[in-house]
Design a protein around this ligand. Structure first.
Ligand SMILES: Cc1cc2nc3c(=O)[nH]c(=O)nc-3n(C[C@H](O)[C@H](O)[C@H](O)COP(=O)(O)OP(=O)(O)OC[C@H]3O[C@@H](n4cnc5c(N)ncnc54)[C@H](O)[C@@H]3O)c2cc1C
Length: 255
């Protein structure tokens, strides 16, 4: 961890904490494959968009853009929180805009990462380099790839996104420095406007919100996905024990 323009540096080693790693970078496609192979008990319908939700006394109807309607006893809404579906079932949210945007992309660097992750604090926002070997323009990283999350004030992020590749690499190199040598390659970028969001309640009639639909926070914590897993684990355990009691809502809220 370092603070651009200031003396000092903090090095943390997982061995000192008697653990194998502080964390892992996992690609979404690998996770999706894992989930798809984990069970044949569910049906994956894609592409599809949920256009509406209708709550009835004994079930919930989920309306798809194809015109199909799926009827379920319990709807678990894991839509990331931007579709407006939660609001339509009466779940209000408090939103506090960070006025920051995260730019996400992969890079290859001159020097190997040796499984080191960097968090660099700059005047314009934090910059994270996380070891992750990807392919960029047909070139596979060989122990020298990183997944980068660059958080900036929204106007500054817009200006960066409009730059040509060479200028972008130059700006990134300025912000990150040369601890990994030269930045050789940068993938295409994606950007995410950031806001602290919290659902005021996580249940509505026969409906539960989980993951970012329930809470979204600044990526600097690296916790959003993990909180989603926590939600699911809590939901599964509440559902298991509530089967006989026919009441789960207050207990899931409590967790
Ligand atoms: C830059 C950045 C870095 C991050 N880094 C970390 C990290 O290091 N560790 C960590 O734990 N978390 C991290 N997070 C947070 C993490 O990415 C999120 O918390 C997580 O992706 C939330 O998962 P989700 O399934 O709830 O929502 P999403 O990932 O948003 O998925 C929701 C899905 O629902 C789909 N959808 C939405 N509306 C509809 C509709 N009407 N019909 C059909 N489908 C719909 C969307 O297309 C999407 O596929 C980071 C986030 C950002 C932005």
């Amino acid at each position: 961890m370092s603070d651009k323009g200031h003396l000092g540096l903090l090095n943390l080693h997982c061995q000192d904490y008697h653990i194998d790693a502080f964390g892992q970078v996992v690609s979404l496609s690998a996770l999706t494959r894992l989930a798809a192979n984990a069970s044949t008990a569910y049906q994956h319908i894609a592409p599809a968009k949920v256009t509406g939700v209708e709550q009835h006394r004994d079930n919930v109807d989920v309306l798809l853009d194809s015109g199909d309607v799926i009827t379920t006893k319990l709807l678990i809404l894991a839509d990331g929180g931007r579709s407006g579906l939660a609001e339509r079932v009466g779940i209000a949210k408090t939103v506090s805009d960070y006025h920051q945007t995260a730019i996400v992309f992969n890079v290859h660097t001159q020097m190997p990462h040796e499984n080191k992750a960097y968090e660099r604090f700059t005047d314009s926002g934090p910059l994270a380099f996380l070891p992750f070997d990807s392919e960029i323009n047909g070139v596979k990283a060989n122990g020298n790839g990183f997944s980068v999350v660059w958080t900036l004030e929204t106007q500054a992020a817009k200006a960066l996104m409009e730059m040509d590749k060479a200028s972008f690499i130059n700006a990134l190199q300025q912000a990150f420095g040369y601890r990994q040598g030269k930045i050789l390659r940068v993938s295409d970028t994606a950007s995410y406007p950031l806001a602290l969001t919290k659902a005021q309640q996580v249940t509505s009639h026969r409906t539960v919100v989980v993951g970012n639909a329930a809470q979204a926070l600044h990526p600097i914590a690296g916790q959003g996905f993990n909180l989603g897993l926590r939600d699911l684990s809590a939901l599964v355990s509440v559902l298991k024990s509530a089967v006989s009691q026919r009441s789960m809502s207050p207990r899931f809220e409590a967790r």
